[in-house]
Structures are given as C-alpha cells and as structure tokens.
Write a protein that binds this ligand. Structure first.
Ligand code: SAM
Length: 182
C-alpha cells in the first residue's frame, strides 16, 4: 500500500509545489487517500472504541471513519479536515444519515486543535507529518489511557501495544494497523 500512497503524495506535491506552514497556510500533511471501508471498521475495533467515547480522525477526508464511529459504534466522533469540498461531502452524508448529534466535522488545520478530551485518535497521514508534527502535539495533549490507531505509517518514538497486518482488504491490498496507548 505504501508505494501507491507515496506516489499519490508526490503527484500532489508536484502539482502544487507543496504547501508549507510558513506560507501562511496550514501544512498539507497528506493527500486525500481514503482508508478502504473494510479497514475503517478494523481500525475502530482495534482502538477498542466504545459507545459514548470521543474519537477524533485527524484529516477526516470524506468522513468515513467519523461516520462509522458515530453510526455503528455510537461514539461521539469528530473529524478535522482542511479541504472544503471533503468537509461539504462529509457533512452532506452526516445530515443524510441523521447523525448530526454524534458526528461532527471541523473545517480547519488538524495541528490547531485540542485533543485532550480524546479517548481514541485515528491517523492516516504521511510518515514525516506523523513523526515531525502530530506526535509532539499528541504527546502534549492526550490524557493518560487515550488510544491512537495509525494506519500504515507508525509513530517511531512510541511502542505499539499491538500491530495488525491485514493481507487483503478485499481489493488485494495489504495494510498495517498500529495501536498505541498513552
Ligand atoms: C490519507 S487521507 C485520510 C482520510 C481519512 N482519515 C481516511 O482514513 O479515510 C488524509 C487527509 O488529511 C487531510 N489533511 C492534510 N493535511 C491536513 C491538515 N493540516 N489539517 C486537516 N486535514 C489535513 C487531507 O486533505 C486528507 O483528506
């Protein structure tokens, strides 16, 4: 999975010249490359998400993790997404499903949010973003016992409690999930 993912990122970087925090814009920490629906449930299961818990998806794309967390796991789910179209798409689906009370999308920079209330955080971002920017933020903000599930790219300075390798997502692609606990 990683090669395809990185290729997608290189295409975006080449097309845009890359976005940097110093440009006065939020840093683009990954391109839009959705987690397959079959893997979304596995991430939330691995994170041990329970009804009423608070989960944040960092860079929520089309909102699929937020929506499943709210609809099937009965969690309070929040997605942070920088792309306005993806936010609109997520919100339209949330409204259509009638889950506005438990599924929320914040249009903004995931690095400018507060995750101190999180029971679970899900992350599918580029390795440099995870290790250079997200990890220091979560180290500062997460409460003791909070869990983090990372898709395909690990947090190098943390030791995973569990690593799950999925050989085939139904489309012939493999995935690795990492569970961390503060
Ligand atoms: C690989 S996709 C993952 C989408 C979703 N979490 C999933 O697993 O299906 C990464 C997402 O992060 C968003 N993103 C990148 N940088 C961001 C930032 N600084 N703040 C908020 N969202 C960001 C991208 O627009 C993209 O939708």
């Amino acid at each position: 999975m990683r090669a395809g993912w990185l290729a997608a990122w290189l295409c975006v970087a080449a097309a845009t010249g890359g976005l940097r925090a110093g440009d006065g814009e939020a840093a683009k920490l990954a391109p839009y490359y959705p987690t397959p629906q079959t893997i979304v449930g596995r991430m939330l299961q691995l994170g041990g998400l329970k009804a009423g818990e608070k989960v944040f998806d960092l860079g929520s794309g089309d909102g699929r993790i937020v929506i499943l967390a709210a609809e099937k796991f009965h969690a309070q789910a929040v997605g942070i997404e920088i792309d306005a179209d993806l936010c609109r798409q997520s919100l339209a689906r949330i409204v259509k499903l009638g889950i506005e009370k438990s599924a929320h999308i914040v249009h903004g920079d995931l690095l400018a949010q507060n995750y101190s209330s999180a029971d679970l955080v899900t992350v599918y971002l580029l390795p440099d973003s995870i290790n250079g920017k997200v990890q220091p933020l979560l180290d500062r903000q997460l409460k003791k016992g909070a869990r983090v599930v990372a898709h395909d790219f690990e947090f190098h300075n943390w030791t995973p409690e569990k690593v799950v390798n999925i050989a085939d997502d139904g489309d012939g692609r493999s995935h690795t999930l990492f569970l961390y606990r503060k």
